[in-house]
Structures are given as structure tokens and as C-alpha cells.
Design a protein around this ligand. Structure first.
Ligand code: SF4
Length: 438
């Protein structure tokens, strides 16, 4: 065993003594305790709260459509119908209605927007005209300004020269590319059609426009090695990439056949430990190239602020629009219905008569409000000690003892083991203040 492998093994065993092996990403509050508010009550409350603050906010827009459905993907994504079905048109009509509904809230349109982040799905699968229509509607209705970042998640397949021109005209400044792997065998397995050289060429073309460019890479793929993963990272860095998100290939409801076909559902602990090692070695490669972790899954050079994922660290609300999108306004978290129900919702009626299709909402309890500063910092991988209460500080020091945080000048930083077990750590952090009466 190499020295690095020995180090990763020791970190795994130390953290494993505290948490179950199957690391998972932190869950939003609704996922663990549901909603107290019905959709109608949620909208009334959101309408009364959203315009009260004058502070900046971040916007997330979910466009869940893709040209094809990738076999490994566990996202909320729907294939654009080839049979003339009108789900896309209906979805866009409801989304347009939702933009108007939010913009009709007194004071909301005056709040400065830090980022408008489009995710999915592959938003460009709608075509640049339809996609541009959504971006322009948001620009006209809400408080975007010269400093607003316009960010898009997409695949390299959509990034041809015409799409780049359209994104340039719309003012986009950050592109996050779902690369997943640059290894030809792995790409075949994942159903990715562009040769690695085309992916790199398209990333370079985005960088030449002066945009911040980041990429997703998957780890835990069948047959993947730390050498192939390191090779992918080095090629991306050579193309000028400024951010890399490392995602574990997890089994979920949308990718079950792929996971079964490749025997990934039979993962014993040895396999999880090996996947942890893959991630830790990739993280070391990234750090050696100057990248630092600025979110549970994301590594970045200073140019990549990762604004959407770090909105809570800046104390901003997240105004989320579109199916299954999760938002937070003040102390209230809310979620939309899934794509079919979203597209079936009423549209084209007076904005104040019909609320956006929400699934429900909830309000952070006093204990959760006390836990939020710590949870937010853990999610952002940087736990600044300033302003944390004594219980959060003691909890963080306990994480250091288990190798999940490491000390830095301002407080602590999430280690690779901390990132793997972030879901379990944040679940504990949420409960931390439950017995506090103040
Ligand atoms: S991986 Fe990306 S392109 Fe493929 S189905 Fe999922 S969201 Fe769509």
C-alpha cells in the first residue's frame, strides 16, 4: 500500500467508527421532516415575506429537459418528447407565469440579484431561442444588474459555436459542464458521444470568451482507477478549467437499471472504501494544481466563486423557480411539485389569482435557526469560527478529533473524510441545538 493509500485508509477507518459507510450529500430540511404548510398557505407566507428584505438574493431556475436520458443519471430530468408532445411548451408557460407571480410581490423586483443559475436537465436542450426567452423574462422582471452572474449547467454536446454566441448575447459568464469522464471507455459506458478531444476543445472555446468554466466528474464508475481520474483532472486543468465538482455515482430511483447492470448495488463496504480512496486521491490531485474545496463536492480556483451553491454563506435568500426546485426565503424553505404536475399547472391567468405550483413549505424552528450558521459553513467546506455559538464550536472541535475537519487560521476546513460523511455530519448539526432552550 502506498503512503497516500495508507493515509486514506486511516482517515476512512477513523471517520467510519462514527458514521455508517454509505456517505451521502446533506439533505434539505423538508427531506427529513416534511412540510407543515400547504401550498396555498406557503404561497401566502412567501408573498408576504419575500419583498420585506432589501438584501441581495440568488436565483435558481430548473429546466428539467434533456435531448436523451443518460443511463447513469439520477437527476430530475425528462427527455424532450420526439412525438410532438407539448410538455415543454406547457412547462415554459407555467414558468413564465411563475416569473410574473414572483415579480408581482411588492419589493422583490428591487432586490439585487447576485446570480441567476440555470440547472436541470440540460437547459439548452430547449433550443437557444426558448432558453433565451426564459433568461430575458427573468432579466426584465427581477433585479438583475451589471454585476449579476448568469450561470448555466450543460453538457459539452450543446456547446457548439451558435450556442456560445447566443450565451454571449444573453450575458452568460459561468458555464458548468457535465463532463463526467474523459476516458474513452468510461464515456462509452456512460453514453457520452463526443470524443474527449471535442469536450476539451469546447471547454477551451468557453474560456476564450472569458467565462468561468467548471466541470462535473464522476467517481465510483465500473473499472475506474485513480490514474484515469487524475488524467481527467490534468486534461481539464490544461484546458483552463477553474472548478471541478467530484460526484460519487450513487444508486437512486432514476438510474436503477444502470446500477444493477454494473453490479454497483452490490457495493459492500470494501467498495465504498475504495470509492472514498478514489475521491481522496482526486482531491489531492486538485489541491496540487491549486484548487481548494469551496463546497462539499466542489473544488475551485479563486476565479470560480461558485455563487449559487454558496448563497447561504453570503446570507442570501434563494429564489427557486421550476419543477422540484428548492428555495429558501428568510426562515421559510419551500419546494415545487415535480415536472409532470408542474407542466399541468394553470398558466396565462392573472398572476395573483393562481400561485406557482408548490409542493409545500416549512419554517425553520428556533433550534434549526441556531444550527443554520454551522450547517451553512459545513456545506461550504469552510467553518469560520467567528459568530458561532459555543455548542457549534465544541461540535466542530469534536469533528477535528475524528479527522472530519482540520484547523485553519479562521476556524476549520472540511477534510476529504468530512466531505464523504457530510450528510451524516450535517444531520447531527441540525439536531445539535434541539435541547437548547435559549
Ligand atoms: S446526465 Fe445531464 S444530460 Fe444526461 S440525463 Fe442527466 S441531466 Fe440530462
Amino acid at each position: 500500500m502506498s503512503a497516500a493509500a495508507g493515509r486514506h485508509r486511516a482517515a476512512w477507518e477513523r471517520a467510519r467508527a462514527r458514521y455508517p459507510a454509505s456517505g451521502h450529500l446533506p439533505l434539505p430540511r423538508w427531506a427529513t421532516r416534511g412540510y407543515a404548510e400547504t401550498p396555498a398557505a406557503a404561497w401566502d407566507a412567501l408573498r408576504s415575506d419575500a419583498g420585506r428584505s432589501r438584501g441581495p438574493l440568488s436565483i435558481y431556475v430548473h429546466l428539467p429537459f434533456c435531448a436523451t436520458r443518460c443511463p447513469f443519471c439520477d437527476c430530475h430530468a425528462t427527455r424532450v418528447p420526439r412525438d410532438g408532445g407539448d410538455i415543454v411548451e406547457r412547462y415554459l408557460a407555467v414558468l413564465a407565469h411563475e416569473v410574473v407571480s414572483w415579480a408581482s410581490i411588492r419589493g422583490l423586483a428591487e432586490r439585487p440579484v447576485t446570480t441567476v443559475h440555470f440547472g436541470g436537465g440540460t437547459p439548452l436542450a430547449l433550443g437557444t431561442d426558448a432558453f433565451g426567452g426564459v433568461a430575458c423574462a427573468l432579466r426584465d422582471a427581477l433585479g438583475t444588474h451589471e454585476g449579476t452572474e448568469w450561470a448555466l449547467e450543460t453538457t459539452s454536446r450543446t456547446l457548439d459555436a451558435d450556442a456560445l454566441d447566443a450565451l454571449d448575447r444573453l450575458g452568460f459568464t459561468r458555464i458548468h459542464v457535465g463532463v463526467q469522464s474523459l476516458d474513452p471507455d468510461q464515456r462509452r459506458l456512460l453514453g457520452r458521444r463526443e470524443p474527449p478531444a471535442t469536450v476539451i476543445e469546447r471547454i477551451r472555446a468557453c474560456r476564450e470568451r472569458g467565462w468561468v468554466v467548471s466541470a462535473d466528474l464522476l467517481y465510483g464508475l465500473p473499472g475506474q482507477t485513480s490514474a484515469t481520474l487524475a488524467g481527467d483532472i490534468e486534461q481539464l486543468a490544461g484546458a483552463g478549467i477553474q472548478g471541478v465538482s467530484l460526484y460519487h455515482l450513487n444508486a437512486g430511483p432514476h438510474n436503477a437499471p444502470f446500477v444493477r447492470r454494473h453490479g454497483l448495488d452490490a457495493r459492500g463496504e470494501a467498495r465504498l472504501a475504495a470509492d472514498f480512496s478514489l475521491m481522496a486521491e482526486a482531491a489531492e490531485t486538485l489541491r496540487a494544481l491549486g484548487f481548494g474545496r469551496n463546497h462539499v463536492t466542489h473544488f475551485a480556483l479563486p476565479a470560480d466563486e461558485n455563487r449559487y451553491a454558496r448563497h447561504a454563506l453570503r446570507g442570501e435568500d434563494l429564489l427557486a423557480l421550476g419543477s422540484s426546485a428548492d428555495g429558501v426565503i428568510g426562515d421559510r424553505f419551500y419546494r415545487h411539485v415535480e415536472v409532470d404536475a408542474y407542466a399541468a399547472a394553470p398558466s396565462g391567468v392573472a398572476a395573483t389569482d393562481v400561485p406557482p405550483p408548490l409542493e409545500g413549505a416549512g419554517v425553520f424552528t428556533p433550534a434549526e435557526r441556531r444550527a443554520r450558521p454551522l450547517v451553512t459553513r459545513l456545506m461550504s467546506a469552510e467553518v469560520d469560527r467567528a459568530g458561532l455559538d459555543a455548542r457549534s464550536v465544541a461540535f466542530s472541535e469534536g469533528l477535528v478529533a475524528d479527522g472530519l475537519l482540520e484547523p485553519v487560521a479562521a476556524g476549520w476546513r472540511l477534510t476529504d473524510a468530512g466531505a464523504w460523511f457530510a450528510g451524516a455530519i450535517t444531520a447531527e448539526a441540525w439536531e445539535l441545538h434541539a435541547t437548547t432552550t435559549r
